[in-house]
Design a protein around this ligand. Sequence first.
Ligand code: AMP
Length: 173
Amino acid sequence: MQDRLKKHIRDIPDFPKPGIVFKDITPLLQNHAAFEETIRSLVERYVDQEIDTVVGIESRGFLFGTPLAHQLGAGFVPVRKKGKLPYKTIDISYDLEYGSATIEMHTDAIEKGEKVLIIDDLLATGGTAGAACELIKRQGGDVVECAFIVELAFLNGREKIGDVPIHSLVSYS
Ligand code: AMP
């Protein structure tokens, strides 16, 4: 599967800034067979795990998280960059290579003891997913796993996520 999916992930050198190779997943979304295989493989992995809520990280996490939540019979919750969510929020800041970022979720999004699956398109340094895990734990949620379509393994993002298991479909080393 990894080789099949890699054919639909495009490298864009120097985007959004010099030195970054951006992994563009829009060709994967555009190809029905590749997108179907992606979602099916995630559904098969989590269907028996009684996931209550799928948390998708802005913005490409929404693209995979919503069909997955729907097929798992789970709810979907967005984690967004600060200032985008309309209701009361809880937020967390985390360090980037230069500066910091803040993400937030609605205060009523997760109930104590809920089994939560986090999903984003790509694991790079792990800062974003690590912060999302912390946000959910503060709300009393139980993070079962963090799932990614793509993992940039050479950035060691797994280390920032601590004791939460990580699953990725495609890995670049
Ligand atoms: P990080 O917090 O470093 O793990 O960064 C993860 C977030 O940044 C994800 O939401 C990704 O969509 C995005 N991201 C970081 N690096 C890349 C990259 N090389 N290609 C595509 N997206 C990236």
